[in-house]
Each structure stands twice: as C-alpha cells, then as structure tokens.
Design a protein around this ligand. Sequence first.
Ligand SMILES: Cc1ncc(COP(=O)(O)O)c(C=O)c1O
Length: 367
Amino acid sequence: MIPIARPQMGEEEKERVWEAMASGSLAQGPRVRELEEQFAAFVGAGHAVATSSGTTALHLALLGYDIGPGDEVITVPFTFIASANSILYTGARPVFVDIGERDFNIDPSLIEAAITERTKAILPVSLYGQPADMEAVTEIAERRGLAVVEDAAQAHGAAIGERKSGTWGAGTFSFYPTKNMTTGEGGMITTDDGELAERVRLLREHGMKVRYHHDVVGYNFRMTDISAAIGLAQLPKLPAFNERRRAIAARYDEELRGVLTPSVRAGVTHAYHQYTLRVNERDAFAEALKVRGVGSAIYYPIPVHRQKPFLAIGYGHEALPVTDRLTAEVLSIPVHPSLSDDEVSAVIDAVNATAVELGPIEAAAAR
Ligand SMILES: Cc1ncc(COP(=O)(O)O)c(C=O)c1O
C-alpha cells in the first residue's frame, strides 16, 4: 500500500536528537531558540515563537491579540477542527463563511457581510498548502480594524509572489509528523509585530519573564529541545521536500484523467501539503484506490460547523453550499516527498483506472 503520508527521518535527526538528550537540555532551551531564529528567517518574518503544537500556536496567537469572551472571529468550516476550537478556547465565537470552489480557501467576497461590531479577527486557513488570498483578507482587515491570524499549519514555504505564508498579521504552523516538516509534535507563531511576539512568549510560559515572577495567567505551551532538535534537522531539508512535492504534483496535473485536479491561483507557490482531487462517487473511489494499493484520505469528511461539539452549541444551520459540496467530493492522494517515480506512476494508473470505472466527475460545475 502506498501510504498517504510517510515522515522522513534520517541520520541528521538521530544525531541532533541524541545531542539534545546528551546535553541534558530536554525542555525548552537553546535548540528551541535556534529553531525560532531559523524558521523566522525561512519565512521572512521578524519573529518566531515555538509552541507545543499547531493548536497551541493558534490559541496563543488569538490570546496575543487579546481575543476573548464576547468577541467573534471569522473563519472557515472546511478545515481541521483546531482552527475553530482555538477560537472557542479563548471564549470567543467562530463565525463561519464559505470557501471558494477553486482554491478551497476562504472566499474574501463573503467576509464583509459576516463582520459585526463584535468581530475582532479574521482567521483564514491556507488549506492543503495553498495560501488563502491573504492580500484580500488583509485589505479588509486593515480597513475594518481587525487582526489577521493565518492558519498556515499546512503551508510551510507556500507563498504569494515572493511573500511567504506566515508574514501577514500572525501566522501559525504545525509540525505534526505528516506535515511538510515535523518536530514530532510542535508549532510556531510567526509575525513582524514585536509586541505580539513578546505577549505570546509571556503567555507560553505561565506569564513569566523572571523565574517564578508571574505577570499574567499563562500556559505551558512550550516546545521541547528534543522536538526542536528534530526541527533543526528537518528545516534545511524543507525546500527540497517542497520541490519534490511540486514535481509530483506537476506529474499528477499532467497525467490524471476524469478527476478535477487542484487549481492554483496565479502567482501562488503551492506547498502541496496535500494533493486533493475532486472525484465522482468519492467513497467508492477511495475504496477502489485501496484495492489498487493506493492510500488516500478525506480532509475533511465533516465540516467543522457540523461536528458534534459545534452542533451542541448551536452551529450547523449555516448555509455554506460550497463547503457542503466539496466535502462530498474531495479526496487526497499521496504527494509526500519520499514517493519514488514508480510509486507516482502507480498512483496515476490507479486514479485513472478508477475514474474510468466510476465515471468522470462533472467538470462543468467547477470550471
Ligand atoms: C489546518 C490545521 N490547523 C491546525 C492544525 C493543528 O495542528 P496540531 O495538530 O499541530 O495541533 C492542523 C494540524 O493538524 C491543521 O491541519
């Protein structure tokens, strides 16, 4: 079976981790600091603050913007639940708007209508590794006095023109094992806003600048030096990982038939965290791929506003037709950098044979 993800661990990771363990610096220490500096430089942001996960990065970024009870944050339901849960953690309410049919990301033309006097921030998600339309989102946010938190958990190295994901307002990343680079568990906040960086650093460590002197109620959202050691070995490999992902995606774009392949907005560098098709008879399609030895996954089978905890607090009645349609059609196929050329060919053969078997998706709806 060709798996949907395959984390790549080499000698460099082993050496770095062993070095961290032997040093005795196991919790947050010099390696976390070094990873922050290197990641900030990679993204092109003034500051980077490492966290224990992508979820805690989101939570902290929102707290850093002073978002809390009574506030609303505009986001999308077509995402991993952490994007919206992080808003709930602060006591604020997520307000869901629909996504664009072509890029699977927030539809900026729907944002203004969702803004109320309670709105404090917009939280677009750069899903599957394609940056949301951050220019349009930022233009609205600046005009309406709102903060911007880009959930870039899937978008390491993605860019609009020369500008990378993570450089608008605050960006948050995840280093979960299936991501384009990993630290085991881990996350990062990037920003050019020095005050925001200072606030999230404080909140990350129990509100403590001077040991055992606490200024505010904070959290333990720290990354460990062992995780950072993995990250320091992974980060230099990230550009080559992403290049390989893009080369595989280019073959899929070229050779797949009977399915809708991802459309990339002009001027965008896609990081291809996922290569997500729209297919006919999606569940049967996934089964047929499995029979042909190809793993696939549905990101995500239920949109956030229809998940149980959200139904329990009154969500689920929103009219979000594009989200609903795409939820029924999307299927991600392997695009990770460790795929061999033969494996890529096998994926292509399996997808094309399945599309013949189940019939092509009605392309007219999307193009
Ligand atoms: C879009 C999105 N947001 C947030 C997260 C949360 O990251 P983590 O799993 O590191 O907490 C993830 C990762 O799973 C994600 O894909």
